[in-house]
Design a protein around this ligand. Structure first.
Ligand SMILES: [Fe+2]
Ligand SMILES: [Fe+2]
Length: 201
């Protein structure tokens, strides 16, 4: 069942429980402490400005949805091709792939006419104070706290698949071929965005 029916607080609790039970790597506690601190808006941020998860708590919810999809998909890839990843890698890749969106969105107001009356309504816009890219920015942020395996780093770096910026598109196929976790994460990201969170609405 999609997690979109849960509240931000329940999602936050679920994220923290999952994180602490699956991710034991040195530095992981510090990263979680940062995410929970006032320096980070991870648990309040949306997942996008107007596409999937464009509401408070959308980013955390999206990360949990991607985890669910990745855990569903990887056993099939393992059974068919022998690709095996530890549970910790799946949790790191899914739960942390979009850390680039922490402290990335801000709320502004705009006037919208409703029933003939102008009304100020809030909307999300982007204010990137660390313009380091998308997947590469997530890898950069995580690496400040703990070491990623090569597969994890490539998976997070290339989780956008062929939606990658044009100048780097040539590397996407190679990355997906070399690192099955990247393929799995990319599919899980799309599945969560399109089918659980409704990009098209
Ligand atoms: Fe992303
Ligand atoms: Fe994502």
């Amino acid at each position: 069942m999609p997690l979109t029916q849960s509240t931000p607080q329940l999602n936050k609790e679920r994220f923290v429980t999952l994180y602490q039970s699956k991710i034991k790597r040195e530095g992981a506690d510090d990263l979680l402490r940062f995410l929970l601190s006032e320096q980070s808006d991870f648990f309040a941020a949306p997942a996008s400005t107007r596409f999937h998860g464009d509401y408070e708590g959308g980013l955390c919810e999206h990360s949990l949805n991607v985890y669910e999809c990745l855990c569903d998909n990887m056993p099939r890839l393992e059974k068919r091709y022998g690709f095996h990843y530890e549970e910790e890698s799946l949790a790191i890749a899914a739960l942390l792939h979009d850390l680039c969106k922490v402290n990335f969105y801000k709320t502004e107001m705009r006037n919208v006419k409703k029933n003939g009356v102008w009304e100020a309504v809030p909307y999300y816009t982007i204010e990137d104070n660390l313009p380091y890219g998308h997947g590469e920015k997530s890898v950069y942020i995580i690496s400040g706290y703990m070491k990623l395996t090569r597969d994890e780093a490539f998976a997070i770096r290339y989780h956008m698949g062929f939606s990658e910026s044009q100048e780097n598109i040539g590397n996407v196929g190679k990355a997906l071929e070399m690192f099955p976790l990247a393929y799995g994460l990319c599919c899980a990201d799309m599945e969560a965005s399109y089918y659980m969170e409704g990009v098209i609405k």
